[in-house]
Design a protein around this ligand. Structure first.
Ligand SMILES: *[C@@H]1O[C@H](CO)[C@@H](O)[C@H](O)[C@H]1NC(C)=O
Length: 640
C-alpha cells in the first residue's frame, strides 16, 4: 500500500516537473498516440534525409500516409504533418508549378492553428527540422524559376531485330507513353519531345537495320532522330557506340546524355520509373535541373562485390580477367584499392537475430560494410543482423552521422540465430576460410590494339614464332608485356554481305598470326594486317587521381547493372579523350570486356567506385529518389 502511494506520488511529481520543463508534453503525448505513423521515426528520418540524403521507399510511403490523413494528424501532432508537407513539396515542386503555393499555404494554416492551440512549441520547432526544410524548399523554388535552356540526347547501340531471348526488339517502348508522340490530354506522354535520339546501327551483315516504318514512328517521338551506321565490335556489346558518340560529339555535347539499351526495360523495369522522372526534371529547363543532375543511374539492380571481380573457382576464372582489364583501364592494380576476394560466405536467416553486439560495437553499418567489419573481427563476430529498428537515443550519439544509411550491426551470435519479434530483422551467419586472398599478383594488362591493314611489324616478340589465331595472339602479346609491340596476321578478313556471325568467328579463329617486336610498321606486299599495341595515355594517371567529389558508398565495390545512365556533359569529359579514342577503335577489346566496362562506367564519369544507390546519394534531389526501388544482389551470395 505504502509503496503504491509512494509510486503514485513519484509519478505525480515527475509529471509536474516534466510539464514545467517541457511544456509540449501534451502535444508530445498525442504525437506518440498517432495511428499508423510513428512520430519519432518521422523525426529521425527527416533529420537523416536533410543530413545525409537518405530517402527510401518506406519514407515515401510514410509521407504519403500522413498526407492522406493530414487533417487528423495535423490536429494531434502538427509537427508530423508539417514535416510531411515539406518533404512532399520538395518532391512535387519539380512537376507541379502550383504546388509551392498550394502546399505552403496549407503549411502556414496548420502552423498558425497549432500555435494558437498550443499544440506546437518553440521546442518542437527546434527539434523538428522545419525551418531548415522550409529554407530548402525556398531555395529549390528559386532555382527552378531560373530558366536555362537544356539539351539532351538519348544514345543507344542497335544490332538486331531479334535479341538473344528471341523477342523482337523494335523499340516500341520509345513510341508509347510516357514517351512517344505527345498525346493531347495525356500528361505522361511525349517526354522525349525535346530530346534527340542517336541510334548507332551496327553494320555487320548479321545485324538487321531498323525498318523504315519504325524509324518514322521514332522520328515523331523525339526532337531529332539521327541514325549513325558504324561497325563496332564483332560480338554483342554496347560500349563502342557510347565511346564513338562521346568522341564524335566531344566539342558539341548536349547538356545531358542518356545512355540506354534497345531493350531498356530489361534493366529499367516496365514502368521506366527513373527515366520518366529524370526527363521531367530536364524538361523543367531550369538552372535547378542543370545543377542537380550530374550522374544518374537508370537501372534497378545494384550488384555488390560481384563475382566477376574475384571469382576463381574451377572454370570460373573471372578474377584474372578482371585484374588485367583493370590494369589497362586504370593503370594500377585492383588490389591497390584494398579490394579483395571475400573470405567469408554468409547464410541468410530472415526473421532471425543474433544475440549481443560483437566486441561491444553498436554502430550501424550498411550490409556490405557490416560484413567487412565482421570478417575483420574474426571469431568474436558470428554474423550480422539487419533491419533492427532504430532507437531514438541512438540518433545523437557521436560518430553516428552515417548510421541512418544502414540498419545492420555486427553480432557475437554465439548461440546462432534466434527467431526475432521484429519481422523486418534478418541475419547473416558467417563462415570464413583461412585463405591467403592476394596470393597471386598478376601484372599483365589486357592491352588495347589498333588495326593497321596492309602492314607488318618486323621480328618475333621474345623469339616466339608460334602460329596462333587472332584471339590467342592477342593474349600472348598481352602476356609478353613490353617485349611485344603487336601481332601480325596473314590477311585481313573479308566480310561479305551474306556472312553469318558464326562464319566470321570461324574465319577469325582460322587466322594465322604471330607476335611481333618491331616498332616500325612496314607496308606488306601480301596484304597482311597488324594489330599494334596502344599504350595508355600519359593523361590517364591524372584522371585516375582526380577523385570523385562524393565519398565511396561502402567499403566494397558496387554498381548498377546495365550501362544505362544520364550523364551531364562535363562528366563525359572526365576521362582522357585519347583513352576513349583508343577503346572506340578496338572493337575486339570492347567485345571482350563488355561486362567489365559495364561495372566501371560510373567511375569513368566521375562517380565513386563504390557507387551510391539512388536513395542514399547525397547529390541527388528528392524528386529523383521518390518511389524508385533498387534491388540489391550480392557477389558473396553467388551473383556475377
Ligand atoms: C539556401 O541557399 C542559400 C544561398 O545559396 C545557402 O546559403 C543556404 O545554405 C541554402 N539553404 C539550404 C537549407 O539549403
Amino acid at each position: 500500500m505504502r509503496r503504491g502511494i509512494g509510486a503514485a506520488l513519484l509519478a505525480w511529481c515527475l509529471s509536474t516537473l516534466l510539464a514545467q520543463e517541457v511544456p509540449s508534453l501534451r502535444s508530445q503525448t498525442s504525437c506518440e498516440l498517432l495511428q499508423g505513423v510513428d512520430a519519432t521515426t518521422m523525426l529521425l528520418r527527416a533529420r537523416a534525409y536533410y543530413r545525409t540524403g537518405l530517402f527510401e521507399l518506406a519514407d515515401a510511403d510514410r509521407v504519403a500516409y500522413v498526407l492522406a490523413n493530414l487533417d487528423g494528424i495535423a490536429e494531434a501532432c502538427p509537427a508530423v504533418a508539417l514535416q510531411a508537407l515539406l518533404l512532399k513539396l520538395e518532391e512535387n515542386i519539380i512537376v507541379q508549378p502550383g504546388a509551392f503555393d498550394t502546399l505552403m499555404s496549407r503549411y502556414t494554416l496548420i502552423l498558425h492553428q497549432a500555435v494558437r492551440e498550443q499544440t506546437i512549441t518553440a521546442q518542437d520547432m527546434r527539434n523538428w527540422p522545419l525551418d531548415y526544410g522550409v529554407e530548402r524548399v525556398l531555395n529549390i523554388s528559386q532555382a527552378l524559376a531560373l530558366p536555362r535552356r537544356l539539351t539532351a540526347s538519348v544514345v543507344m547501340n542497335y544490332c538486331q531485330v531479334v535479341d538473344r531471348f528471341g523477342t523482337s526488339q523494335l523499340l516500341t517502348w520509345l513510341m508509347d507513353p510516357p514517351f512517344g508522340e505527345p498525346i493531347e490530354g495525356v500528361l505522361e506522354s511525349g517526354l522525349l519531345r525535346n530530346t534527340d535520339l542517336h541510334i548507332f546501327q551496327v553494320d555487320w551483315p548479321w545485324c538487321e537495320p531498323l525498318p523504315q516504318d519504325v524509324l518514322d514512328r521514332l522520328r515523331v517521338s523525339v526532337r531529332e532522330l539521327r541514325v549513325v551506321t558504324y561497325r563496332g565490335g564483332p560480338r554483342r556489346e554496347e560500349q563502342t557506340a557510347y565511346f564513338k558518340y562521346i568522341l564524335d560529339n566531344w566539342d558539341n555535347l548536349p547538356d545531358f546524355t542518356i545512355f540506354v539499351h534497345p531493350d531498356a526495360d530489361e534493366h529499367q523495369g516496365q514502368k521506366f520509373l527513373a527515366l520518366t522522372r529524370v526527363l521531367k526534371l530536364i524538361n523543367t529547363q531550369s538552372q535547378f535541373a542543370y545543377d542537380a543532375l550530374e550522374y544518374y543511374p537508370l537501372a534497378q539492380q545494384m550488384v555488390v562485390d560481384p563475382r566477376r571481380t574475384w571469382g576463381r573457382e574451377g572454370a570460373d576464372a573471372f578474377a584474372p580477367v578482371w585484374r588485367r582489364f583493370w590494369r589497362r583501364l586504370f593503370g594500377n592494380s585492383w588490389e591497390d584499392l584494398g579490394f579483395a576476394e571475400p573470405r567469408c560466405k554468409w547464410e541468410k536467416h530472415p526473421g532471425h537475430f543474433l544475440a549481443q553486439h560483437a566486441e561491444g560495437d553498436t554502430r550501424r553499418y550498411s550490409l556490405p560494410d557490416a560484413k567487412l567489419v565482421c570478417a575483420h573481427l574474426g571469431d568474436a563476430c558470428g554474423g550480422v543482423t539487419c533491419g533492427t529498428p532504430i532507437e531514438a537515443d541512438e540518433f545523437d550519439l557521436p560518430g553516428q552521422d552515417q548510421f541512418v544509411r544502414a540498419t545492420c550491426t555486427v553480432r557475437r551470435g554465439a548461440d546462432g540465430p534466434s527467431a526475432s519479434p521484429e519481422p523486418a530483422e534478418v541475419s547473416y551467419v558467417k563462415t570464413c576460410l583461412d585463405r591467403d586472398a592476394d596470393a597471386e599478383q598478376d601484372s599483365v594488362s589486357k592491352a588495347t590494339y589498333r588495326e593497321a591493314k596492309g602492314t607488318f611489324l618486323l621480328g618475333y616478340a621474345a623469339d616466339d614464332s608460334v602460329l596462333r589465331g587472332e584471339a590467342e595472339s592477342r593474349r600472348r602479346c598481352d602476356e609478353l608485356r613490353d617485349a611485344c609491340t603487336g601481332y601480325t596476321c596473314e590477311k585481313s578478313l573479308v566480310v561479305t554481305r551474306s556472312m553469318t556471325k558464326k562464319a566470321y568467328q570461324e574465319a577469325q579463329a582460322a587466322q594465322v598470326c604471330t607476335v611481333r617486336a618491331g616498332s616500325q610498321l612496314t607496308g606488306s606486299p601480301t596484304g597482311e594486317v597488324t594489330y599494334v599495341k596502344v599504350a595508355a595515355s600519359p593523361k590517364l594517371q591524372e584522371a585516375v587521381s582526380q577523385g570523385p567529389a562524393k565519398p565511396e558508398a561502402s567499403g566494397v565495390f558496387q554498381f548498377y547493372t546495365g550501362s544505362q545512365s544520364v550523364v551531364r556533359k562535363d562528366r563525359l569529359g572526365w576521362w582522357p579523350r585519347e583513352e576513349i579514342e583508343t577503346f572506340a577503335a578496338d572493337g575486339v577489346w570492347c567485345s571482350d570486356t563488355t561486362g567489365l566496362v559495364e561495372a566501371v562506367w560510373h567511375r569513368l564519369f566521375g562517380e565513386p567506385l563504390s557507387q551510391h544507390p539512388r536513395q542514399e546519394d547525397p547529390a541527388l534531389p528528392l524528386f529523383l529518389k521518390w518511389g524508385i526501388p533498387t534491388f540489391f544482389s550480392y557477389g558473396d551470395e553467388g551473383v556475377i
